[in-house]
Design a protein around this ligand. Structure first.
Ligand SMILES: [Fe+2]
Ligand SMILES: [Fe+2]
Length: 181
């Protein structure tokens, strides 16, 4: 999709992996084909707002400063403005805006939206996103193994992450990842 073209390569690759993990979870949760279509697009473009973040920050090899984190944390709102201008659906916009919010409404960002409960499609994207981010190598750290990433999801299930989404991911999607390595 054209709007993804000016994202850095790593973010594009991450976006495709998150898309396929999210759709795999959604299929196992019995979402309708209309919901799966929204999830497919929303998960793919969830980080679209990163195109407004300088690559010097995205690719920095040292730990980020608080000011740099603030800039990173603007990506959901920047992405939301963009997809709103494109006239995309509320479901897709919600994924872009809310994918860093906690399932229980107790944390995450954008800070002014803490307290709102993200949609199920958003919560599915969050689980796929965090899992992929944890197993991926980044400029400043090695990726974790998939078992450690799974443990992280489970230990934050019911708070940051939706209980049912984590359970379906563990039972239905994670086993196939273990086989493919
Ligand atoms: Fe993000
Ligand atoms: Fe992401």
């Amino acid at each position: 999709m054209g709007i993804m073209a000016d994202l850095d390569e790593e973010t594009q690759a991450h976006s495709k992996r998150v898309q396929s993990l999210a759709v795999a979870i959604g299929e196992r949760m019995g979402l309708t084909s209309a919901e799966l279509k929204e999830l497919n697009l929303g998960a793919y473009i969830h980080d679209i707002g990163k195109k407004f973040i300088p690559e010097t920050i995205l690719k920095k090899k040292a730990p980020l400063t608080p000011q740099e984190w603030e800039i990173i944390e603007m990506h959901p709102k920047r992405g939301y403005s963009l997809v709103e201008a494109l006239g995309l659906s509320d479901a897709v916009k919600g994924i872009v805006l809310g994918h860093h919010l906690w399932a229980d409404g107790q944390g995450g960002y954008p800070q002014e939206l803490v307290g709102l409960k993200p949609s199920l499609l958003t919560q599915i994207t969050t689980v796929a996103d965090v899992f992929d981010a944890m197993i991926s190598h980044r400029a400043y750290r090695q990726g974790l193994g998939i078992a450690a990433a799974m443990d992280h999801l489970k230990s934050n299930s019911g708070t940051r992450f939706n209980i049912e989404v984590v359970a379906v991911f563990e039972a239905e999607v994670y086993p196939s990842l273990r086989i493919s390595g």
